[in-house]
Ligand binder design. Sequence first.
Ligand SMILES: Nc1nc2c(ncn2[C@@H]2O[C@H](COP(=O)(O)OP(=O)(O)OP(=O)(O)O)[C@@H](O)[C@H]2O)c(=O)[nH]1
Ligand SMILES: [Mg+2]
Length: 307
Amino acid sequence: MSENEMPGVTRISKGRYAMVAVIGRPNSGKSTFVNRLVGEKISIVSDKPQTTRHRIFGVRTSERGQLVFIDTPGIHKPLYRLNRFMMHNALSAIEDADMALLIVDASEKFGGGDRYLLGAMNDYKKPLIVLLNKIDLIRPSRLLPLMDHYGGALPAKEIIPMSALRGDNVELIERTIWENAAEGEPMFPIDMHTDRTEVFRAAEIVREKILAHTREELPWATAVRVDQSEMDGKLWRLSMSILVEKKSQRPIIIGRGGEFLKKVGTEARVEIEETFRKKVYLSLHVEHLEHWRDSAQVLATLEIYDQ
Ligand SMILES: Nc1nc2c(ncn2[C@@H]2O[C@H](COP(=O)(O)OP(=O)(O)OP(=O)(O)O)[C@@H](O)[C@H]2O)c(=O)[nH]1
Ligand SMILES: [Mg+2]
């Protein structure tokens, strides 16, 4: 078989290729960063911690080669099976990757979770780059002590301040990543930006809208399960269930006269249509599933397991 006939690869050239694990505490800006590098929103973002629950590949292909970023769940203390699986997904990504980017929220106080991460990474043998994120929120004088602190505690090749939101230093960071990538072969076709299916991404978009409009326990106690996805001519018919953990959460997600569900449904449908350039019919239901966060069976239907 010649190189050009390799399944799934539309072009092979000499170049640099790397799997890059993107790790950090919840809410530090990992998904924002990956989306920016990929140039497309492939991973949902919210202001609530523990937004990302899966390992999500974001692929950046250029004439230099291909970088496969692994967006991961933020490292936290797991209290449910869901969270144990999330932690496994994050920690196994570190092992599988060729290098790691540790994203730190520089606007947050250093705490126990950060100390745990330093412990987990202090004997990391592959290239490690620390990105001090959200510098748009802090006084520049706070940066130097933080850089010293991370430089002293970790075998980091580089420590670079950034704003993933505004794009500050992102080009410099990309150059640094390419410099640390070895020669190799691409994993994905050049026009592919993620390993995730459109159906998975559509369900995540619904979850993003729920996260944006809920508070307290609800962001953690909800999940979105796809019940039906089929093309009806040019119309993409999607039916999804929003899982809640307690009976009392059902009426909140439905809202008065179904208002909450309607708002989430409309916002999600518009974004799904724009993202995939398809006309969408989205129907949302709410299902009370006690203890779903501890059910291996439910987690498997949500594609959350030890990957
Ligand atoms: N001001 C500011 N906000 C940022 C920056 N980067 C990310 N954010 C915000 O921080 C919040 C969390 O961003 P995410 O990208 O979801 O963070 P994450 O690390 O993927 O979070 P988890 O998936 O929960 O682990 C969102 O509200 C982002 O808009 C930044 O550079 N500056
Ligand atoms: Mg995330």
